[in-house]
Each structure stands twice: as structure tokens, then as C-alpha cells.
Design a protein around this ligand. Structure first.
Ligand SMILES: C[S@@+](CC[C@H](N)C(=O)[O-])C[C@H]1O[C@@H](n2cnc3c(N)ncnc32)[C@H](O)[C@@H]1O
Length: 316
């Protein structure tokens, strides 16, 4: 199969395209980890209780962050319908938000990976505190170094993480190999519209993608879906969460503002970085120069019943 020619949309992606895959892995592991290696107490002051660093699902502007994140966890859990003993790999598990919710609400076996040792420590400690440590393993590794056995997982999750990965075709080929027949893939992440809106070479874009977050590559939705299909999977559902992400970012920004001094005391300058990148991101999603989607796909006929996606406004 010939490689897909994915668009290179901002200068840092063009530099990444010149690196060998190994050089790019080293670059991502170093640059991306820096953000997540900040004191986890900082993120506890900004995010919801479970520390989801991804959009919630809002049904109205009046809702609070906890309600929206709980709805997202519950919706993803309903969607995936994880069965006892099923093996789940959370690629980029953060501090364990979705991973531990699913571990607490199902009888699956969970494996998370992250680039941050601090995130790993927090996720493992919470797994212990919440009584699910016997079914949760967390490793510090770049996904491309994982080398899982073919057809070894029932569910693969990428929540807010695939955006940090440059070599997307390789990632999706790995997903295609690693899922068992009937397995499910879930992605929740950011995309650029297919047609250019806004300035992708701007210093504001660079601030988010490089200064704040280390390395980011936003594809268009159709490019990501094309890669999923080429890896042999079928798409079950795509949901736009762009306006929910605007609201999520609004709550995070309010929390940074409220806790500015405490964040400053833990990491001088970091409150400014958080508030700066989140404010530019919020504006971008509000203007739809960036988009937020969640995607569900399956390798062949899903092994379990996969419920219809609840229609916003009709479901809690
Ligand atoms: C925005 S956070 C999302 C955390 C979590 N999934 C959530 O929804 O709360 C991105 C996560 O992806 C991880 N990550 C990014 N690139 C990765 C890679 N190449 N391999 C493994 N983990 C990666 C980071 O370490 C971080 O944990």
C-alpha cells in the first residue's frame, strides 16, 4: 500500500517530516512530556476531579465541568460496552481519567501508557486508592515503542493524545494489527477543517503547538477517517464536540485564573502558559478554525452490542 500524502499544515510539522521516525519519537517523547511533567497538583486545580485533559460533553451552557466530564465518561463507557476480561489499551492515559473510570465501572483488564512519569505515578496511586490496581497496569513509553502482540487488545483508546503523534499512518496500522477481530477504537481529539480557515503559521498556533504542548499535529477529520479505514477498520460513529470543547476550555481558563497564585508558587510562569494557550484554543474552536470530534470504529463486526449514540438534548 502506498503511503497517504497527509497535509503538512504548520512549520513544525514540516520540520517533523524531515526527521527519521526514530528521531521524531525521541522528539515527541521529550517535548510532549515536559507539559505533563508539571506538578500534578496544578492540574488538580484546573481540571475535573478525575483529571480529564480532554473535552467534556455539555448539553447546556449552564452546566458545570464535573457534570460534562461525567457525561463524557459515561457515554464512552456505554459506547464501548467493555465485557469482563476484555483487554483495553489507553494510549496516552494521562493521570488515569478515562482509564480508571472504565476500570471502576467494568470488569475489563486495563493497560495505560503515557510519556510522563508523574502521570504514571498518579494513575497507579489512584488505581490503588480506588481498589482497581489488580486490573490496571500503567507503563511509561511512546506508543510506537510498545510493540504489542497482534490481535492482543479488545479496545484501544486515544483521548486527547493522538494529536501529539506525527506518524499517524504508522499509528493506525499499529491499531489495525493490535485490535482483535470485533475490537473497538475510540478517539477524542482536535482537527483542522479541510479547507484552510485562519492562519496556521501564526505565532499563536506556534505558541499552542510548540511552546505550550511540545508537539501537535492536527489532521483534517477526513484524513484521520481515511487512515482508520486503510487500517482495515469500519467507522461506527463520529460526533462533533467543538462547542463542548469551547465550554470545557472556558471552565479550565476560569480555574487557572482563580488559582493563579497557587499555580505560580508551584511552577513560576506556568499559569501564564496555561491561560495563554487555552485562551487561543478557545477562540479557535469558537470560530471553528479548529474542530473537536469523537470517533468510534470497529475491526469487523463489533463483538459486543454497541449502543446507538445518544442524541444531545435527548439523553443525560
Ligand atoms: C491531553 S493528555 C490526555 C490524557 C487522558 N487521555 C485524558 O483524556 O485525560 C495527552 C496524553 O497523551 C500522552 N501521549 C502523548 N503522546 C504519546 C505517545 N506517543 N505515546 C504515549 N503517550 C503519549 C501524554 O503523555 C498524555 O498522557
Amino acid at each position: 500500500m502506498t503511503a497517504i500524502d497527509l497535509g503538512l499544515r504548520h512549520p513544525d510539522e514540516k520540520v517533523a517530516a524531515q526527521r527519521t521516525p526514530e528521531e521524531q519519537r525521541v522528539h515527541e517523547a521529550r517535548e510532549v512530556a515536559q507539559h505533563y511533567e508539571h506538578n500534578p497538583d496544578i492540574f488538580s486545580l484546573v481540571l475535573d476531579k478525575r483529571l480529564a485533559y480532554a473535552t467534556g460533553v455539555f448539553l447546556s451552557p449552564e452546566e458545570d465541568l464535573e457534570t460534562a466530564q461525567e457525561r463524557k465518561y459515561a457515554r464512552v463507557a456505554a459506547k464501548l460496552n467493555i465485557q469482563p476480561g476484555e483487554k483495553v489499551l489507553d494510549v496516552g492515559c494521562g493521570w488515569g481519567s478515562l482509564l480508571l473510570y472504565l476500570a471502576q465501572h467494568t470488569k475489563g483488564e486495563f493497560h495505560g501508557i503515557t510519556l510522563s512519569s508523574k502521570q504514571r505515578e498518579v494513575a497507579l496511586q489512584r488505581a490503588k486508592d480506588w481498589g482497581v490496581a489488580d486490573r490496571v497496569r500503567v507503563d511509561l513509553t511512546h506508543v510506537e515503542k510498545l510493540d504489542p502482540a497482534p490481535e492482543s487488545y479488545d479496545v484501544l483508546l486515544f483521548s486527547g493524545s493522538i494529536v501529539h503523534m506525527h506518524n499517524r499512518e504508522a499509528i493506525h496500522q499499529l491499531v489495525g494489527r493490535t485490535l482483535k477481530p470485533g475490537g473497538r477504537l475510540f478517539i477524542s481529539d482536535c482537527y483542522f477543517p479541510e479547507q484552510v480557515r485562519g492562519d496556521r503559521d501564526s505565532s499563536a498556533t506556534r505558541y499552542i503547538f510548540v511552546t505550550a504542548l511540545g508537539y501537535c499535529r492536527l489532521l483534517s477529520l477526513s484524513e484521520e477517517l481515511g487512515l482508520i479505514e486503510r487500517a482495515g477498520l469500519d467507522l461506527l460513529h463520529v460526533e462533533d464536540l467543538t462547542s463542548s470543547y469551547v465550554q470545557t476550555l472556558g471552565h479550565w481558563i476560569d480555574n487557572v485564573r482563580k488559582n493563579r497564585e497557587r499555580i505560580e508558587a508551584m511552577a513560576p510562569g506556568f499559569a501564564k502558559v496555561l491561560q495563554g494557550y487555552m485562551t487561543v484554543a478557545k477562540l479557535s474552536f469558537a470560530r471553528r478554525t479548529a474542530l473537536e470530534y469523537m470517533i468510534l470504529a470497529t475491526k469487523g463486526a463489533p463483538k459486543v452490542h454497541v449502543a446507538g449514540w445518544p442524541i444531545p438534548g435527548n439523553a443525560k
